[in-house]
Design a protein around this ligand. Structure first.
Ligand SMILES: CC(C)(COP(=O)(O)OP(=O)(O)OC[C@H]1O[C@@H](n2cnc3c(N)ncnc32)[C@H](O)[C@@H]1OP(=O)(O)O)[C@@H](O)C(=O)NCCC(=O)NCCS
Length: 142
């Protein structure tokens, strides 16, 4: 990249429903309904949004029970702004929260998609295989 770095701003809050749904889709994550996002986003334990000129270009969240279990979800950067360190900034902010707030023994987990595992490894996350595997169940009402 040439020239000055864009003036990104990191906000310690979850994105709006519109930005959340948009960022998931443009970053290639599975779409979430507005209905689901309206219920889920207010239950965020720790949210981060990165904006450029007021527009959301990246996000990440931690959800969980605030004691025993936490999950890192929705790590996504607009493809036009990837590979500029935003993913690392988002993860660093989320892990700041963990360092400050999570009690001894808390278990922080995530499902790493593709090359994102390299990002999470930088923050101390380790594969749980072969002893364990991630498993998931998706609700379908259509
Ligand atoms: C994963 C994602 C959030 C990373 O965001 P980003 O802003 O591009 O990441 P950064 O520029 O901060 O790079 C972070 C680190 O991740 C690693 N990384 C990111 N993409 C990588 C890739 N395609 N291959 C290998 N390593 C990669 C690198 O180690 C990099 O660190 P380095 O620059 O010091 O080598 C972004 O690529 C994205 O939104 N992907 C699509 C959605 C997604 O898959 N989210 C994760 C779901 S689990």
């Amino acid at each position: 990249m040439s020239g000055a770095e864009p003036d990104y701003t990191l906000h310690r809050e979850a994105p709006s429903v519109d930005d959340y749904c948009r960022l998931r889709v443009i970053s290639g994550l599975s779409p979430k309904s507005r209905e689901a996002a309206l219920i889920g986003l207010p239950n965020t334990v720790c949210g981060v949004t990165v904006t450029l000129d007021g527009k959301a270009v990246g996000m990440g969240r931690i959800v969980g029970d605030r004691g025993c279990f936490y999950q890192v979800v929705d790590i996504a950067v607009d493809p036009a702004h990837q590979a500029r360190g935003l993913g690392k900034k988002i993860m660093a902010a989320l892990m700041d929260y963990v360092a400050a707030e999570a009690p001894d023994g808390a278990y922080i987990s995530l499902i790493a998609d593709g090359p994102a595992k390299h990002l999470y490894a930088k923050f101390g996350f380790k594969p749980v295989t072969p002893e364990s595997i991630g498993m998931a169940f998706r609700v379908s009402r259509t």
